[in-house]
Design a protein. Structure first.
Length: 713
């Protein structure tokens, strides 16, 4: 305890809530997204609105040694500490560079010592750095494991966990061999505790409760755990069916945390419980799914919570860290938490109590239409700020890029259920606007503490989704059984039509698989994974019949069955036919542009200050169509020099905007799309901004390059 309290005192000196600038990044970028408050803000002023046009490429670094595939990604927001940059390569290596030159200092394979089939690189968004003044550790989450490295050498420290590894599948009230878990976003450091979440399966099989856990940085021992799905007798258990924790999973924190060091509070944005789109087996409000939860960082005890979506049936995970902000209301300065959402609202809550700063109304929503489910009758909608994206798609929102496209979209819409933000899903195809991807996404928002302005990029694209009711037929064949397994485990990515998808990145079609793959090959892919797909090693031990049934279904030439002929697997009553973007006949979003935006939100007034289009589709520009915006992933950073930097767009551009007006000040072409958040730092008095250019999403070419920019010397 002595070490912990000593470090808390040190951290409080560096990151004191309420201090004018001490809590925000200066010459270093020492924490994921800049600082514990998730501000994305740098105090550096060398790059200004006037000279940003002169930025030049300072260095690039090719981070991977393995051949890239189209599934490769880099979503890393690198750390910079004392002139050293720490990042992650798409092949799973951790590296350290001279931050001024890009010269490599060391590389380490983070999959060292892990079982086969656990290599799933790409979606790890950053690292954490811990120091008590005498020693330091670089904390790495990769696949299902935590480990710590010596920042000077990159060598793994074997005194952490078991042989240098902590298995994050443990302590979840499930057999760890059956748990599908991947580490995604760095956790939060409080003293010598590392507080973590992660990505859990969103299907019933392989899922586990998405508990928030704290581990000792020194030993890897579990210090505390908070149940996001309460156990019987715990607060919130009455919002679930009896013993729901035994069979419901997720409600996990995959987007990261923010931390008020002075108050000792950690703020957790949770996602939806399983199953994403059907809740007949989890009737109730479902705390603490889809909530901002404030915990005592030392003990894991709940201080307050605010649920943003009740009984989620739309996969409205909270997608980003909450920003810790200070809002001026009625002449008072109030420390608050600002949570951006997929459905386009910002929820501004009192930091100590969770009470709304702006009124939030419980608005009646339509009833569920799927058998056995019960939608919560109301949902909380803020009265301010207004949504930063369109929250529905009406006739007036149909695409205007051509009359042909508009006519086709209108015709398609006639067959869709479309009753606004909380349209109930069902067997009739449902239009979802904003899409399952958001709205806001995992890149999160930037916050200028001096102006009170929050900056967030957003997607404005509709999706369509069709649910399938699975029947109770007793006339089972291996082919039908395989289709059941496919519907439950695979359709959300590959689609029930097996044509593949671009949702959350490219997933390949699985048609005519028997002509190019043997049963043994397919078993290897299922158990070990390939490219973006994680493996299911537990299936070989616990559900070997599923592998055999999938082999029959995917390699057979039997004709397709209708949805009515699909037998009901024991885990589900409903599944869905895959996420699909609602597009026009040319493949462009069916909604009127803009399709990507950058927004400035005045949190003091509860108003949108400005909104600009973000991104360009070159072939449409060449046709004379005004800039439409583009799909975007990764967030912005804002600096004391008045400049906002963002890549994020699928058009492979890196841009700088005037934070006051939204005017574009500078842009450059990147080696690949920068689907990540930049880092800003200074070495020897020279200011840099670095971006991971990973591509790989939205059918863009993959890359392994980190690119840093600076003013001419």
């Amino acid at each position: 305890m002595k070490h912990r309290m000593g470090l808390v005192a040190l951290a409080a000196g560096l990151f004191t809530a309420g201090a004018a600038d001490a809590q925000y990044a200066d010459k270093d970028w020492p924490v994921y997204h800049g600082d514990p408050t998730a501000s994305h803000y740098s105090q550096l002023t060398q790059i200004t609105k006037d000279n940003v046009k002169d930025l030049q490429l300072a260095w690039t670094y090719e981070s991977s040694r393995a051949p890239l595939t189209r599934f490769s990604e880099i979503q890393c927001n690198p750390l910079v500490i004392d002139g050293v940059l720490y990042g992650i390569a798409p092949d799973g290596f951790i590296f350290a560079l001279d931050a001024a030159t890009g010269q490599e200092r060391w590389r380490y394979d983070a999959y060292t010592g892990m079982p086969e089939g656990f290599r799933w690189p790409g979606r790890v968004r950053g690292l954490a750095h811990w120091s008590d003044g005498d020693s330091s550790r670089l904390i790495v989450g990769m696949s299902t494991y935590l480990q710590v490295l010596d920042p000077a050498t990159g060598q793994r420290l074997e005194d952490f966990g078991e042989g240098g590894l902590v298995d994050l599948r443990l302590h979840l009230d499930r057999d760890p061999e059956t748990v599908r878990f991947n580490f995604t976003t760095p956790g939060a450091l409080y003293g010598d505790l590392y507080i973590v979440g992660g990505f859990f399966s969103e299907n019933r099989e392989g899922s586990a409760p998405g508990d928030i856990r704290a581990y000792s940085v020194r030993t890897g021992a579990l210090a505390w755990s908070f149940h996001t799905i309460p156990a019987p007798g715990e607060f919130g258990a009455d919002t679930w069916p009896e013993n729901a924790r035994d069979y419901v999973g997720a409600a996990n924190v995959w987007a990261g945390f923010s931390l008020d060091v002075e108050r000792g509070l950690v703020f957790a944005p949770t996602g939806s419980p399983t199953y994403d789109f059907y809740g007949g087996d989890r009737k109730g409000q479902n705390l603490f799914g889809n909530s901002v939860v404030a915990l005592n960082a030392a003990t894991g005890e709940r201080v307050w919570h605010y649920q943003i979506v009740h009984h989620d049936l739309w996969d409205r995970d909270l997608p980003a860290q909450p920003n810790l902000v200070t809002v001026e209301r009625d002449g008072q300065r109030i420390d608050a938490v600002a949570q951006v959402t997929k459905h386009g609202y910002v929820y501004v809550l009192h930091r100590e109590t969770g009470e709304p700063i702006f009124p939030i109304e419980e608005v009646p929503v339509p009833a569920a239409v799927m058998d056995g489910d019960e939608a919560w009758p109301t949902q909380p909608i803020p009265t301010a700020p207004p949504p930063f994206v369109r929250i529905n798609m009406g006739e007036e929102d149909v695409t205007n890029i051509s009359e042909t496209a508009a006519a086709a979209v209108r015709e398609q819409m006639k067959g869709y259920r479309n009753d606004g933000l909380y349209t109930p899903l069902g067997e009739q195809t449902t239009l979802i606007m904003p899409a399952v991807i958001g709205g806001a996404e995992w890149g999160g928002a930037a916050y200028n503490p001096h102006s009170g302005i929050l900056y967030v990029n957003a997607n404005e694209m509709p999706y369509i989704l069709t649910m399938i009711k699975l029947d109770d037929s007793d006339d089972m064949t291996p082919f039908r059984e395989g289709r059941n397994v496919f519907a439950s485990m695979c359709a959300s990515c590959h689609g029930m039509d097996r044509k593949g998808s671009t949702h959350m990145g490219f997933t390949p079609p699985l048609l005519n698989l028997g002509a190019r793959m043997s049963a043994a090959d397919l078993e290897t892919v299922i158990t070990e994974g390939r490219g973006r797909m994680e493996g299911f090693p537990w299936m070989k031990q616990y559900r070997p019949q599923w592998i055999e049934q999938l082999q029959v279904f995917l390699l057979s030439e039997e004709p397709e069955l209708t949805p009515e002929q699909i037998a009901k697997p024991e885990q589900f009553i409903y599944t869905h036919m895959g996420h699909k973007q609602f597009v026009d006949p040319e493949g462009y979003p069916a909604v009127k542009p803009p399709w990507g935006t950058l927004n400035a939100i005045d949190l003091n007034r509860g108003e949108i200050k400005w909104q600009v289009t973000l991104g360009e589709i070159a072939e449409l520009t060449e046709r004379g169509i005004p800039q439409t915006g583009a799909e975007n992933y990764g967030g912005p950073v804002v600096t004391a020099g008045g400049v906002l930097f963002i890549a994020a767009t699928s058009d492979e551009r890196f841009r700088a905007f005037d934070e006051d007006t939204g005017q574009l000040l500078w842009e450059t072409k990147l080696p690949a799309s920068g689907f990540a958040t930049p880092s800003v730092y200074s070495v020897n008095g020279r200011q840099y901004v670095v971006i991971a250019c990973g591509g790989g999403k939205v059918e863009r070419d993959a890359s392994d390059i980190y690119a840093a920019f600076a003013l001419p010397q």
